[in-house]
Design a protein around this ligand. Structure first.
Ligand code: SF4
Ligand code: SF4
Length: 280
């Protein structure tokens, strides 16, 4: 608090995902306001919703923006260790951009001291960068699973733009070109940017270094290599998860190009608390 009684905004360095040093003091809360997605990844199935399941894309319920603010009000009365409010699905946070922007604006107006963070696949990001900055967003994560459309076409079943469905190579090319445009705008506005790359054995596991190299060219600040969790009833169900030793090797190679995040908890879309807490 300042002498005038106004809250100062948390330092950008107080984001526990982007800065490991903040992880023991500061926690995050995800507001699950984004149920739908603009693309279909071959490892993702958001139909399963189990309170015992902890992985991205899972939530106990969807909140509308007003409910999300009420939930946050109650949460912040109960705990003082939250530094960042994020929207990370369970779908894509910019599939229904007005829901997300309305939520961010309301949170920023009520709690200007908190950092705001967003995760997205990047398809609809470029056109909303200015709106997100105006809403107070400081940290963005874009999931980039391929920077070669020939590999991307094996990961994405389809991409939807303006109610048109694209498949195959065209879908992967469209997604990549929009991600590239978004990166340029994000860095132009001075946002802190992380990429998440889901490591899929036999599909993109040998391609992660190339992603890191390209992301470094884009000016990305941090990379989070996430081992795929094989999920029931998805095309990649039988591929299995990458071995721990393989992840160590992949991260070591990627770190030659970009700083790596090693403490990701693969959180649910309604995660809350310190990254080391049991509930996350
Ligand atoms: Fe699932 Fe996220 Fe891929 Fe959408 S972008 S299909 S929510 S993993
Ligand atoms: Fe942070 Fe990883 Fe959890 Fe996202 S999934 S909030 S990057 S720890």
């Amino acid at each position: 608090m300042t002498l005038t009684g106004l809250c100062e905004r948390r330092s950008l360095l107080d984001h526990p995902c982007f800065y490991r040093s903040a992880g023991t003091r500061w926690g995050r809360v995800h507001l699950p306001v984004a149920p739908n997605c603009t693309i279909q990844c071959n490892f993702c199935n958001r139909l399963y919703d189990c309170v015992n399941e902890s992985r991205p894309g899972v939530t106990s319920r969807i909140l509308d923006p007003a409910e999300a603010l009420l939930y946050l009000d109650r949460l912040l009365k109960a705990r003082s260790d939250i530094s960042v409010v994020g929207i990370a699905g369970p779908g894509d946070s910019l599939c229904d951009p007005e829901r997300t922007l309305e939520t961010m604006r309301a949170v920023h107006a009520a709690y200007p001291d908190l950092l705001l963070c967003l995760s997205t696949n990047g398809l609809n990001l470029a056109e909303h960068v200015d709106d997100l900055v105006a809403a107070g967003v400081t940290h963005i994560t874009v999931t980039v699973n391929a920077v070669d459309p020939l590999i991307g076409q094996r990961i994405y079943a389809w991409v939807s733009i303006n109610s048109m469905i694209y498949r195959g190579l065209e879908a992967a090319q469209l997604l990549l070109s929009r991600q590239e445009e978004a990166m340029s705008r994000l860095k132009g506005r001075g946002l802190t940017v992380k990429i998440n790359s889901v490591v899929v054995p036999g599909i993109n596991a040998g391609h992660i270094t190339a992603i890191a190299e390209k992301a470094a060219e884009w000016g990305v600040d941090l990379m989070n290599c996430i081992p795929m969790i094989p999920v029931q009833d998805t095309p990649f169900e039988c591929l299995g998860a990458p071995a721990d030793a393989e992840m160590v090797r992949i991260r070591a190679l990627a770190s030659l190009h970009l700083p790596q995040m090693y403490h990701c908890r693969r959180c649910r879309a309604d995660a809350v608390g310190l990254l080391c807490s049991e509930k996350s």
